[in-house]
Design a protein around this ligand. Structure first.
Ligand SMILES: C[S@@+](CC[C@H](N)C(=O)[O-])C[C@H]1O[C@@H](n2cnc3c(N)ncnc32)[C@H](O)[C@@H]1O
Length: 273
């Protein structure tokens, strides 16, 4: 099997146990620190474990390099591990002030600070609207441009403050979500080319799965889930997949109570015909 977002190895450990000594588990992650955690977690497994630092958009190339033509199971748990949000080197948190970077894949060149300081106002607004689904995108973009005319915005704290000031209303109600959540989501998606990577993975998958092999994808926002849903539907229509989850599987209330970050998770599974 291949876990293209091995992270800290939580899922892979459970699957690896089921694979047993005869199986091979290949884990990919773009982030070297995640891979290091996975290496420790997966060390006790009896199956063969191969861990590679790679973007999952290149999963087909990585498997070809290993001489692997087909797999029985392909798993993707999109997004980030909670530790990555607080990792000051990645610059993803609006709760702690850190350099505005957001690249989880060190081979990427454009940082969040580059986008925030170089995009024109309309492009910024479009990005925040499209990837952040924030209806106040134009107002936020205007505030960002006004602020950066005085000095560049280089930290997550500065950006969070600008977005908060754009959305501040006198006597406004305290919201459960930080006002900068959507803007940060938009930037993260753009910097890491998250939707392009997912498209690449979805188009490579049918060529990598053995007959009756399955692909399972967990997504955390509607842009990703929409791509997965329509890809599976289109391929079912073409007779390539059988969809195993007519409706996506969501976490139970009990699971959300112990793992709040799972609240928006949606799992979809398809099987190669
Ligand atoms: C939600 S975590 C996965 C957690 C994992 N399922 C576990 O049980 O520990 C997502 C992981 O995917 C990685 N990731 C995100 N986008 C990626 C991409 N395009 N290519 C490779 N890894 C990616 C992140 O670095 C992160 O470690």
């Amino acid at each position: 099997m291949v876990d293209v977002t091995v992270g800290h190895g939580g899922h892979s450990f459970l699957f690896g146990n089921r694979l047993g000594a005869g199986g091979t588990l290949i884990g990919l992650d773009a982030d070297s620190k995640s891979l290091e955690r996975a290496r420790q977690r997966l060390a006790p497994l009896a199956c063969k474990v191969i861990l590679l630092q790679s973007n999952f958009s290149q999963v087909a190339e990585r498997l070809a390099e290993l001489g692997i033509k087909e797999v029985d199971f392909l798993l993707a748990d999109l997004g980030l591990c909670s530790g990555q949000i607080s990792d000051s080197e990645l610059g993803l948190s609006f709760r702690t002030d850190m350099p505005l970077d957001m690249r989880i894949d060190a081979s990427l060149e454009v940082t969040a600070a580059d986008i925030i300081n170089q995009y024109d106002e309309k492009s910024l607004a479009d990005l925040i609207f499209e990837y952040g689904q924030d209806r106040a995108s134009r107002r936020i973009a205007r505030y960002i441009v006004q602020r950066r005319e005085r000095e560049p915005i280089t930290t997550t704290g500065q950006l969070a403050a600008v977005v908060s000031s754009a959305l501040w209303t006198p006597g406004g109600k305290h919201k459960a979500r930080h006002p900068a959540t959507r803007t940060f989501q938009a930037l993260r998606i753009a910097v890491n080319r998250e939707l392009d990577n997912l498209r690449d993975l979805l188009s490579a998958a049918p060529g990598l799965l053995r007959k009756d092999g399955s692909i399972a994808i967990i997504s955390y926002h509607s842009l990703e889930d929409g791509l997965v849903k329509w890809d599976f539907k289109a391929r079912e229509h073409e007779g390539i997949y059988r969809i195993r989850t007519k409706k996506p599987i969501s976490p139970s209330r009990e699971e959300i109570a112990v793992n709040h970050r799972a609240r928006s998770a949606k799992l979809r599974i398809a099987q190669k015909t």
